[in-house]
Design a protein around this ligand. Structure first.
Ligand code: HEC
Length: 143
């Protein structure tokens, strides 16, 4: 009886090995998912129309996102632009802008983190990533 059970056990293991689908270690759908990918999708959807595909903006209307103090500087201030929008006269890289940017607080913490990480690592920018926890923190302190 013991031998039979052992045999069944062994043959079961044997069959498992023959079925590749028995071990779905990686789902293709998640394979290419990365912060950079999702950040770009969010950028293309919500930011590109004003700040342009190359982040250069539109002179005197929408400021560039390439190498600006706002993008590369203090993350709390940067996150605040997305949560609150921005409507003041700002000088960015020698040009004055007075148009209003609408708040994007409908985006999730992760979406804001991903899009800001994308912006901070593209258009010639080289700054650290923004984490969802940092967005959460700024959002929670908002009155
Ligand atoms: C309707 C147009 C519009 C959209 C959409 C928009 N912005 Fe802006 N953005 C502006 C304008 C205009 C300003 C300047 C506001 C001011 O002068 O007070 C600005 C300012 C900024 C700034 C700070 C100044 C700078 O250039 O460094 C950042 C950063 C920024 N936007 C990022 C984003 C991101 C990221 C998105 C997408 C989630 C986005 N914006 C969507 C128009 C827009």
């Amino acid at each position: 009886m013991k031998t039979i059970l052992l045999f069944i056990g062994l043959s079961w293991v044997g069959w498992e090995a023959w079925l590749p689908s028995a071990h779905p270690t990686r789902l293709p759908a998640f394979k290419s998912e990365s912060v950079a990918d999702s950040g770009k999708v969010i950028y293309d959807t919500y930011c590109l129309s004003c700040h342009q595909a190359n982040g250069a903006g539109v002179p005197r209307l929408n400021p560039p996102l390439a190498k600006t103090d706002w993008v590369l500087g203090d993350k709390t201030r940067l996150i605040g632009v997305l949560l609150n929008g921005l409507d003041e006269e700002v000088e960015i890289n020698g040009e004055t802008y007075a148009n209003a940017m609408p708040a994007h607080n409908f985006l999730t913490d992760k979406q804001i983190a991903d899009v800001l990480t994308f912006v901070r690592t593209n258009f010639g920018n080289q700054a650290s990533a923004v984490m969802p926890e940092e967005v959460k923190e700024v959002r929670s302190k908002k009155k």
